[in-house]
Write a protein that binds this ligand. Sequence first.
Ligand code: SDX
Length: 435
Amino acid sequence: MGAAGEPKSRESVTLTDNRTGKTYELPIENGAIRAADLRNVKTSEEDFGLMSFDPAFMNTASCKSKVTFIDGDKGILNYRGYPIEQLAERSTHLEVAFLLFNGELPRKAELDAFTHEIINHTFVHENLKKFEEGFRHDANPMAMFISSVAALSTFYQDSHEIQDPQVRRQHMIRILAKVPTLAAWAHRHSLGLPYIYPDNELSFTGNFLSMIFKMSEAKYKPPVAIERAFDVLFILHADHEQNCSTNAMRAVGSSHVDPYSATAAASAALYGPLHGGANAEVLYMLREIGTKTKIPEFVKKVKTKEAKLMGFGHRVYKNYDPRARIIKKLADDVFNAVGRNPLLDIALELERIALQDDYFVSRKLYPNVDFYSGLIYQALKFPVDFFPVLFAIGRTAGWLAQWEEMLMDSEQKIARPRQLYMGSPRRDYVPMSAR
Ligand code: SDX
């Protein structure tokens, strides 16, 4: 930070503190100023200096990252530079997970080795069956998922050795491989069905569908269109830069806890209805609307803030979420395979109305990733409260890639924000008799 009088570099802002008349030059790096530089703006030597105040981090970069790029105005989403549209069209979830972990698309031998590792780590300790059985029959599967991911850490005593690259990667592989098993078992528990063990002859996504849908047949054969649709959904949900749950993964991971506990914390953040829980909320909303004729009445409730248009709006996208566009097309493939979801007509009409209504247009509210995904899940007979679990399976790859990037970033330390204290000044304890 330059002192007053030194030549000003072009990449800087000059700040004048009107309390003292002093000026300060703050360097601009990568389109940002360092909040720490504000601490030099003081009224006296004893002064703590200025802080930046940014509730919900509306305008705060918490890290430098190379994993995912989003341009909210243009509706652009790239994983390690590759456009989501091309990855959804031509890649697979495991190839995308490799890309997120390693920064480059794998050569064939690398992908084969990575796939072999994942496919051979899909089993979980038998004790986890007893753990799952401890839940009530109507336990929310996302709550079961969060708990069982955390419970996994108790089976891997070395997982806290997060500074060892080999140990770190070994557990990243284990978590990526095992979350579909935990997810499927939570689903089977809520239906009172026996748990299905992984079938390592199937693909990552085919195996997940087998653990969900297999009944008495000797070997489950995933329908091709459904297997591909789910693989694309996992790709689309894999990462999304510093969203709420990734922020949780990084913040909790910054205390150097094991990756299972950090992933459980990220899953808990995703569970919220404003985040990954929104895909379920969209279905509840469409069911509540019931018919296209009731849409105008619902839109009125949204405008008077009695309801939110779930699946619409985004902190970053002020344009159509590119993932929503892809999922909307994917829905057609699924509905051709399993039959059209009647709620789709309400969703399409709701979108048509919202996209031409100034209330939504002026607030730049467009469909996000959650608006159409739930329709696909419901058409496949998944219970609505399982939808966030499906989101978590895809997002686990991004959480782990971001977690490792945070640990390897020399600028990162334990996440511990400051506050603006607005409470009582110091005061003495008041005995009960005097209150
Ligand atoms: C995900 O961050 C990510 O990247 C998340 C995600 C990912 O991949 O990780 O993309 C996944 O979480 C997608 C979002 C899913 N959530 C929903 O669909 C829930 C509905 N959406 C909203 O709750 C909201 O849009 C958020 C939470 C997504 C974003 O909220 P912001 O950025 O804090 O925006 P805001 O609440 O400040 O809204 C600005 C204005 C307000 O109106 P005014 O006060 O100016 O009059 O827009 C209104 C809001 O009331 N608004 C909505 C609305 N979203 C915003 N009004 C009605 N319906 C909505 N959905």
